[in-house]
Design a protein around this ligand. Structure first.
Ligand code: NAP
Length: 327
């Protein structure tokens, strides 16, 4: 495991145990910063080692979650050692020959790998779980998404910063951020990934390009606005989908209720729909508030929440590895 001390790495460790993933020997790798620290797994302490080329000798599977530059740095050593790399970073996602896989959506793609499989962007994984069952029924014409992304999407240190700065504000102090570009305490801001030439940020364009690749819909019209919100963990998304023809709401609801990895939370009688706290630490993506778009007879509106460290990263990566093991 490369990036074992991070937010995704911690979740991977927990899930390997929970899902009884077959592990002969576990190697926990990170940078020199956390080398020598220990992580508890299956009741035993395992020490974290600084990654070197020798780290991958004799390894079958590398679950990488140490960022794009680290993945690029070690890709060759990993594949030359004969290991399969399931990578959580965005480094290889759009590369030809690298499958981009959500097991409930495009499992067959995983088997086309040449040593590396990319785990998609977290907001994209959560979204495609809800889009795929609808797209399988009626052709999709356009998707408009706004995201409400939690601090944990920016890693373990961003979560700590939100907690610390919230206390500072409650105590009447001035919140000065160091990890995120602005304080999230009682605040929100547009996603801070680099702006592209088209004025969309990188996170928004990841959603556009990765959704098209995963769903094999290269022409899908798609636009997104990504926002960081003061939620500790679990992302939310407001989604508008236009189809080629009208899509009855009841049919969409039934399809989503039956979709793998999706849980419906729809209690209109008490105005109760998915919230981040419903899915924190849980596997399914919660979908609700499915309704006809009053401005377009061919469009539906819905809302979803998903734990992006879990299904949006660690769980999806482990499910990819399970697909290959169980084939
Ligand atoms: P994080 O909490 O900041 O953890 C980063 C991990 O990478 C730590 O274990 C860190 O080790 C390690 N690392 C950093 N630099 C390294 C280096 N030079 N050599 C070896 N290890 C190094 O970040 P995260 O949130 O877990 O995210 C990790 C990756 O997953 C990123 O690519 C991110 O985009 C992606 N991802 C994250 C989420 C999410 O919700 N958080 C979701 C999907 C994808 P040290 O402790 O030694 O610094």
């Amino acid at each position: 495991m490369l990036g074992a001390s991070g937010a995704v790495g911690q979740e991977l460790l927990q899930l390997l145990e929970e899902r009884a993933f077959p592990v002969g020997e576990l190697r926990l790798l990170a940078s020199a910063r956390s080398a020598g620290t220990t992580q508890s797994w299956k009741g035993q302490e395992h020490s974290v080692q600084e990654v070197t080329a020798a780290s991958f000798e004799g390894v079958d599977l590398v679950l990488a979650s140490a960022g794009g530059s680290v993945s690029r740095q070690w890709r060759q050593a990993i594949t030359q050692a004969g290991a399969l790399m399931v990578d959580n970073s965005s480094a290889f996602r759009m590369e030809d020959g690298v499958p981009l896989v959500v097991p409930e959506v495009n499992p067959k793609a995983a088997f086309q790998h040449q040593g590396v499989i990319a785990n998609p962007n977290c907001t994209t994984i959560l979204l495609t779980l809800a889009l795929a069952p609808l797209a399988a029924k009626r052709p999709m014409r356009r998707v408009v998404v706004s995201t409400y992304q939690s601090a944990s999407g920016a890693g373990a240190r961003a979560m700590e910063e939100l907690q610390t700065l919230s206390r500072v504000v409650l105590d009447g102090g001035e919140a000065k951020s160091e990890v995120l570009p602005h304080s999230l305490a009682f605040n929100l801001f547009l996603h801070n990934s680099p702006l592209q030439a088209n004025s969309y940020c990188e996170e928004e364009m990841k959603m556009v390009n990765e959704t098209r690749k995963i769903m094999d819909l290269p022409e899908l019209r798609f636009t997104a606005t990504c926002v960081r919100v003061p939620v500790l963990r679990a992302h939310s998304e407001a989604v508008n989908v236009e189809f080629e023809q009208p899509f009855p709401v009841d049919e969409a609801r039934a399809l989503l209720a039956a979709a793998p990895g999706v849980e419906l939370i729809e209690q209109p009688e008490c105005n109760r729909f998915p919230m981040p706290t419903d899915v924190t630490g849980r596997d399914p993506v919660a979908v609700g508030r499915i309704r006809q778009d009053i401005s377009d007879p061919n469009a539906l509106e819905f809302w979803l929440c998903g734990d992006q460290i879990r299904k949006g990263a660690a769980l999806n990566a482990i499910q990819i590895a399970e697909l290959l093991i169980n084939a």
